[in-house]
Design a protein around this ligand. Sequence first.
Ligand code: ME8
Length: 528
Amino acid sequence: RNFSDHVNKNIYITTPIFYVNAGPHIGHLYTAILADAIARFNTMLGHSVLLCTGTDEHGTKVQKAANNTNLPIFQYCTQVSHQFQEMCDMFHVHYSKFIRTTEKQHQEAVSHFWNCLEKNGYIYRGKYSGWYNVSEEAFVPDKDVVKIVNSNQGYTESGDLVEWMDEESYKFRLSSFKDELKSWLENENVIEPAVYRNILIQWLDDLQDLSISRPSKRVSWAIPTPSDKSHTVYVWLDALVNYLTSVGYPDDSFKQFWPPTVQVIGKDILKFHGIYWPAFLMAAGLELPRKLVCHGHWAVKDKKMSKSKGNVTSPFDVMRTYTQDGLRYFLLRQAVLDTDANYNELKIQKILNSELANVIGNLVNRCFGGNINPDRIIYNFAEYKNILKSEIALKNIKALEELGDNAKMCYEKYNFYHAVDIVMNVLRTSNQMFQYYEPWNLCKSKDLDSVKQLEAVVSLALESLRLAGLVLYPIIPNSASKLLDFLQIPKGNRTWEDTKPIHLTNASNETKHVLSENILFFRRIKNY
Ligand code: ME8
């Protein structure tokens, strides 16, 4: 075990900032809770963690969405931004800052950043002619336009409308970073999982300079370029700088949390974060993020969930049936970073019933069942460690001894499903152990050995639940906290170090009783 030799660090974790062209859906929630789980895990390790999220409010896409309502544009942005903030609040995404790109401080940060790029010689005036995809706010190479309707409009393979642009703009010398980007991507283990790194390296083959401004006449809902008010800043340059603004840039204090430790993104924005973003940072002379964690998409019947496809599910709707932690649990236990996953409610029901209710809920209820533990005592396993000798009990104990280290390795590789699997396996073993000793018979006997054995069985099951609560905390913080409160685990004893089973520590063993009446954790969800 190497718990004691870790160094406390400042950890900075980010989510993408979300466009306010429409409200949040399951995909946005997923990326936010993934970042939150990483943040909570790091907090448990004893690090100082900053988690930042927010909304991306400039550009043509947002401008168009606002025009479809009767609201003034800023008011429209505020309304949708609040929905994203509410999603984070409701689902316990514990952010330190929720940034909006329309904030004054951010506009100053973008101007300052632009000036740095200019001063360092990476911006020149040029011309952009080519296709532009408004729904992605991205330039599209000719080869990706599969259908041309007329000289101004066409479609990409995925059905997005593209518009022909032919205009003056400021350009960024992206192509001059090709070699540096290549060595960054190849030499450092920055892109997780590695499949996404190979995609990025391929994109480098055709690296052109990047247009980073728009004529303000055409795109007015944007930050003006500092030296020429007839242009506005390209929304992606504006958006990426949010990661700097959120930690105080351009004030020097931002260095305390720079560079980002982990930046969570969806694969749809891989190019912006894996190529444009590091190149911008290199040009500004700033350190690059330590890690980009990229995930696949939530889909419905194999089609990416997105507003433009009209197949979105609102987290607020799902929450009513499955609870916030129910949905967090499902999303984090079901998704694997390098593939897409299909979203379907029947699957949620099945997983919540078969795991949270039948495994955790069942074990909690067993430990405090009427005759088995009428005084609702929380027995301390350290006192009973030598009593249970059966194969299944020894298996349970061994699994507990390995749980903390094994789950830690999973979290460090962002394999949430695997961490959950390990916990569920331990608890299944614990349920089997419980059954093996037939405590409903033991409790009928008055002889001392049976009484001790019964207490030992309950104590081992309770110890398994304590560790499960700690390990699952990053994934289901609210329910895990309730479970740990119920087991009367002091708030200060909920770090990763506490995932060491109690019989291996010198923890004191005063007798505790359950205070709360409510043991209805993880109830079954009725089929409907
Ligand atoms: O791209 N499955 O914002 P956005 C999984 N503003 N994740 C999904 C998803 C899906 N179906 N749909 C969206 C933008 N996401 C820019 C980002 S960052 C400087 C600027 C998640 O509102 C995923 O993380 O389109 C994706 O990358 C992000 O939301 C895009 O959100």
